[in-house]
Design a protein around this ligand. Structure first.
Ligand code: ADP
Ligand code: SF4
Ligand code: MG
Length: 354
């Protein structure tokens, strides 16, 4: 494991960066999916180590992108952070303290925005009811300054860019465009005045023409309301657009993390490098880009979990540098949570570029 200290970017550099959410030693596994026949025979599938030792800090007022190919464990990490699934190991802390009994307050202060705006909106409810729902769930009948429910809903809608808000109250989701629907989802989160938003692929189901608007909205919320945002994405281009820091995940682990311009302009992990090599032409990293088998969390390779697909191993460079044996057999420790540019790779330990 190698650590290279670099100055952090704006949001985190202004004074002491305080972690609002701390993830430590997170592990989430799923019992294997089995075919019908195997199920009848009583066989269980292998356990999928979807998240396999993740440490991560989200600082106050920052946008942190959690990036990586489909299936690497991003959504599972996000759901565990939201308290939506129970980890096998590890801890989530909010403002320095374990969730434990604070779960109720946490559920208000940390809001999730899902990928599919249509699927997460009830088609039979009006926009007003949808946005007011969070207030009702949390039994909030007025705002901290005596605002009425309607005032809170109106403010959330206009903060989400739906103006004038009254125009949307009595509409139903199907009467809105995809971009407007995603704004309604965001308004539903904002109505609770959250400190953190976890956005899972917030624009991947939207037309390219409105993606930029939604991303600009997220950045504005960070700027004006100082909401911390964890954005989950398979798209490094998106990470480049919005994020202060980027964490790159591979097979349930963070393999590289640091300030966005460091990680994306001077990547130090061969996997990050490979992802970046395809971004301009492919516009994303959804297609297979590396040789070797696609990663399978039921069969995590020995040594560095990326070694079966690592270009440095395939080209013989790792052997020439005398690290191939370690790449194949010696596991790397999980990266600790830190503000610096960190990378889990034997090549990087030697100071070599990927
Ligand atoms: N509910 C589940 N049951 C079984 N396996 C799951 C479940 N959710 C996710 N997985 C598996 O865990 C791995 C990580 O999934 P996910 O967190 O959704 O990845 P990502 O969001 O990065 O695409 C995948 O192999 C996926 O098939
Ligand atoms: S540790 Fe070895 S196999 Fe893993 S990414 Fe680095 S060079 Fe490649
Ligand atoms: Mg996902």
């Amino acid at each position: 494991m190698s650590a290279e200290a670099v100055p952090a970017r704006d949001a985190t550099a202004s004074g002491e960066a305080r972690a609002i959410i701390e993830v430590r030693g997170l592990e989430v596994g799923f019992e294997g999916r089995v075919g019908v026949l195997a199920g009848l025979l009583g066989r269980r599938g292998a356990r999928a180590r979807a998240v396999d030792g993740v440490d991560l800090d989200l600082y106050e007022g920052e946008v942190l992108a959690l990036a990586g190919e489909s299936g690497c464990g991003k959504t599972t990490t996000a759901r565990a952070i939201m308290g939506l699934l129970r980890p096998q190991a590890g801890e989530i802390r909010f403002e320095g303290r374990p969730l434990g009994r604070r779960l109720r307050a946490y559920r208000r202060e940390v809001q999730m925005v899902f990928q599919d705006p249509t699927g997460s909106l009830n088609p039979r409810k009006t926009i007003y009811e949808i946005v007011a729902e969070g207030l009702r769930i949390h039994r909030i009948s007025q705002g901290p300054n005596g605002e009425t429910e309607e005032e809170l809903v109106a403010r959330a809608l206009s903060r989400a860019g739906l103006r004038p808000p009254e125009r949307f109250y009595l509409l139903y989701p199907h009467e809105l465009s995809g971009g407007q629907r995603q704004r309604v989802v965001i308004a539903g989160a904002l109505v609770l005045d959250p400190r953190v938003i976890v956005a899972d692929e917030p624009v991947s189901n939207l037309d390219a023409s409105v993606r930029g608007e939604i991303l600009a909205l997220l950045m504005k919320l960070r700027e004006e309301l100082r909401i911390s945002i964890l954005v989950v994405t398979h798209d490094l281009g998106l990470a480049w657009t919005v994020a202060d820091r980027v964490a790159v995940m591979y097979l349930g682990r963070i393999v590289e993390i640091g300030p966005a311009e460091e990680v994306l302009q001077r990547p130090r992990h061969p996997y990050t490098r490979a992802l970046l090599d395809v971004v301009p032409e492919a516009g994303g990293i959804d297609r297979p880009i590396l040789s070797g088998e696609p990663p399978d969390p039921t069969r995590v390779p020995n040594g560095c979990r990326f070694h079966p697909r690592c270009p440095a191993v395939a080209s013989g460079r790792a052997a020439r540098l005398g690290i191939e044996e370690r790449c194949r057999t010696v596991p790397l420790a999980p990266l600790p949570a830190a503000q610096d540019h960190l990378v889990a790779c034997y090549l990087a330990e030697l100071g070599e570029r990927p």
